[in-house]
Design a protein around this ligand. Structure first.
Ligand code: ATP
Length: 736
């Protein structure tokens, strides 16, 4: 048969001061020896190496007690070590005893005087947990039901229902699932803690994150506004620049034009002013003189006419001679002289010469007239001559009058012409001065416009500076902004509207009050990433919590099913073993109802109080009922020592039948049996040995007889236990 346990080696463990090895070659090995030789120490060595943590179950108080304490003959050891070797080669079904890819597995545990423990798996240091896990997978270890220590045979009977249940679960190989369940529960708890932590971290971050988000939204909005501002300013500035440039050129041209005009008009005005310098007053005097002369000529002519009338009358009435009237040669000469003088200046423009001639003519006429007075003709001839002379004189005087009138007329015309010319020049001057004033006022208007334009240029530059503080160098983009053709003909109000819009946008941006957006955006990004990480973490945690819950539920179900099945099998085996050992009767394991389910309390008002049950109460323990053959009494309390031992043996064996452990160690489990029961016990050992490897420590001959190999333990005077293979005959010497 397949032996899972190959050997055990003890060095420095308890009484085994020297290295000792037990090699198993038979399914049933028996360890025999005198009291106190160290047999139980071997059983405890198994407990030790399989990871036992209870010092009490190894009859010690502390780790140090497990180390060879020394004797007068041999110094104490510093470490105790036990090595157990498993055969782990694959079985017929290809499966290995232990879930590890080695054909031979050596588990070693070392304890040092300071209490430190070491676990080694095939020479490599591992954790206790790893050892327990590995062994649990092979139904080894745990509550230790497979190592029944001396005097502990009825431990399963003495145990509490809860402990008993644990032992049964252990025997059913549920420990592994329970480990897994416990681990999952622990993980679930840790996960729960992490979920809480993560949630609270997110809660902590949330307000800051929200604050940052709103800031970033504002920044984003400001950024958009700045972009809008840039676009608006580019168009505005580009148009403004084009407008200013064009207007500047236009106004400069206009100013030049007006300047030119003003210069020309000023010259023209000067010229006209010069032309208007002719004096007209002197001419008026001359006209007066000429008019006086004309009036004298008229008076003379009128006098001569009267004279002639008188002479003609006298001639008719008084027979007056011409000679009396006119000294003829003298008159003729006189007229010729005057005529010559007038002829001299008649065609002349020289007013002075005319004036002189007039004066001379006036003097001659005066003296002629003075010469005439008082000299009246004395004869008809004379009178007739006088009439003729007077008629001639009259004619001449009339001619003089006509000439004088003509002269006046001429001078008057000249004066009028001169006055007209002055007037014309004056009008021209007035007109030019008007034009000049207008040109000057136009020029002033243009200059005014130019200074306004300079104001616009200044504002334009100021707007660029402001733009730089708001949107930085991006403002210069206006330079590259094309404006549509014909844009300049646009109404200035449209541009003004643009400017107002820009001003409103600037105010909005300033009001948003975000100065250094970069750090906030960065912080927001980091915080958001952290929150997202936490959110993801939370999802992962919740997911793993859910899957852990699933695992736990699955494990509980598995444990439950296996436990119920296993218990039924144990009871079947128990029924048989019990009947075999007692020759009848009945023993049975049953699940106790959890205490809290059967009890209820009421408060003073009669209302039911829901008690919070402790774990012990929730956990349904296992009780045992025993009915002995031919006896009416029930229950464990009434059993004798031997009956108790038999019952527990039946129970232990039943348990190992359902899920046979690879090996069982029974330390004097048969101690209390009488001869007849010892034989039955030996039979059962044989039966059991077919399923599990057995190591039985015994003083019982019948049990020794059932073993395939015997080891003797002796202790010499040095206090050191020794192991040796012995023959049945030798062994029988120490047997009862
Ligand atoms: P019995 O047949 O009476 O049950 P046994 O063979 O089972 O006896 P054990 O109980 O295994 O004997 O051995 C007890 C012996 O081991 C005692 O003599 C005890 O002094 C010795 N011993 C126990 N621990 C140590 C130790 N740390 N160092 C040295 N000896 C020890």
């Amino acid at each position: 048969m397949f032996l899972s346990l190959k050997s055990i080696e003890l060095s420095g463990f308890k009484s085994f001061g020297k290295k000792s090895e037990l090699v198993f070659t038979s399914p049933i090995a028996s360890i025999v020896g005198p009291n106190g030789s160290g047999k139980s120490n071997v059983a405890e060595a198994f407990r030790f190496v399989l990871g036992e943590q209870s010092m009490k179950s190894m009859r010690s108080k502390k780790g140090e007690d497990l180390i060879w304490g020394g004797s007068p003959a041999m110094a104490r050891a510093n470490r105790a070590s036990v090595k157990v070797t498993f055969d782990n080669s694959p079985g017929p079904s290809g499966t290995r005893l232990l879930d590890i890819d080695f054909n031979e597995v050596v588990v070693e545990r070392v304890v040092y005087r300071d209490g430190q423990n070491e676990y080694l798996l095939n020479g490599s240091q591992v954790r206790l947990k790893d050892v327990i896990r590995l062994l649990a997978g092979a139904n080894i270890g745990g509550s230790g039901y497979q190592i029944i220590s001396q005097g502990e045979a009825d431990r399963i009977l003495n145990a509490s229902p809860r402990e008993r249940r644990e032992m049964v679960e252990d025997a059913l190989g549920l420990k592994l699932y329970q480990h897994k369940k416990a681990e999952s529960e622990k993980k679930l708890e840790e996960t729960g803690i992490n979920i809480d932590k993560t949630r609270s971290l997110r809660r902590e971050i949330a307000p800051h994150l929200n604050f940052l988000r709103s800031q970033v939204e504002k920044i984003e909005k400001a950024r958009e506004m700045k972009e809008e501002l840039a676009a608006k300013m580019h168009e505005y500035l580009s148009r403004e620049n084009a407008y200013i440039t064009q207007e500047d050129a236009r106004l400069l041209d206009e100013a030049r034009d007006y300047d030119q005009q003003i210069k020309i008009l000023a010259l023209q005005a000067d010229e006209m002013r010069a032309r208007r310098g002719i004096k007209t007053e002197a001419s008026e005097v001359e006209v007066t003189i000429l008019e006086n002369k004309l009036s004298q000529s008229r008076q003379e002519a009128a006098r001569l006419e009267r004279e002639l009338g008188r002479a003609e009358g006298a001639l008719e009435v008084n027979t007056v001679t011409i000679e009396q009237i006119v000294p003829v040669p003298h008159v003729r000469q006189f007229i010729r002289d005057i005529e010559a003088e007038i002829a001299h200046v008649e065609q002349s423009d020289d007013i002075g010469a005319v004036r002189t001639v007039l004066a001379s003519v006036r003097g001659k006429i005066k003296s002629f007239i003075e010469g005439l007075t008082g000299s009246a003709p004395e004869t008809n001839e004379e009178a007739r001559l006088q009439v003729e002379s007077l008629a001639r004189q009259l004619k001449e005087a009339q001619e003089g009058e006509r000439i004088a009138a003509h002269d006046v007329q001429t001078v008057r015309a000249k004066i009028a012409a001169a006055r007209d010319a002055t007037f014309a020049a004056e009008r021209e001057v007035v007109e030019i001065e008007g034009k000049l004033r207008e040109a000057r006022s136009r020029l002033a208007a243009v200059q005014n416009e130019r200074s306004q334009l300079a104001g616009l240029r200044e504002r334009f530059e100021e707007e660029i500076r402001e733009g730089i503080t708001l949107i930085g160098a991006a403002i210069h983009g206006w330079n590259k902004t094309e404006i549509p053709q014909g844009a300049l003909s646009e109404d200035r109000n449209v541009q003004e509207k643009r400017r107002r819009e820009i001003e409103r946008l600037k105010i909005k941006i300033e009001e948003s009050g975000i100065s250094n957006g970069d750090t906030i955006v960065k912080e927001f990004k980091n915080t958001k990433e952290r929150d997202e990480f936490l959110a993801k973490e939370l999802i992962d945690l919740e997911r793993s919590a859910a899957s852990l819950e699933d695992i736990i539920v699955d494990l509980e179900r598995t444990i439950d099913v296996r436990f119920t099945d296993g218990l039924a099998h144990i009871n079947t085996a128990l029924h048989e073993f019990f009947a075999k050992l007692f020759g009848g009767g009945e023993a049975k394991l049953f699940v106790e109802k959890p205490k809290h389910a059967s009890k209820s309390n009421f408060d003073e008002d009669g209302d039911e109080i829901e008690e919070v049950p402790d774990e012990d109460e929730l956990y349904a323990g296992l009780s045992i009922s025993v009915t002995l053959p031919r006896k009416k009494m029930h229950g464990l309390e009434v059993l004798s020592g031997g009956e108790r031992a038999l019952t527990s043996i039946a129970l232990i064996f039943s348990m190992s039948q359902v899920n046979p452990p690879p090996f069982l160690i029974l330390d004097e489990t048969d101690a209390a049996l009488d001869e007849a029961n010892s034989k039955r016990y030996a039979d059962m050992i044989r039966e059991l040995g077919a399923k599990s490897q057995l190591i039985v420590i015994t003083h019982n001959r019948a049990t020794m007889a059932a073993a395939g190999e015997l080891y003797g333990v002796t202790m010499g005077s040095d206090g050191v236990s020794k192991l040796l293979s012995v023959k049945f005959e030798e062994a029988a010497k120490v047997a009862k």
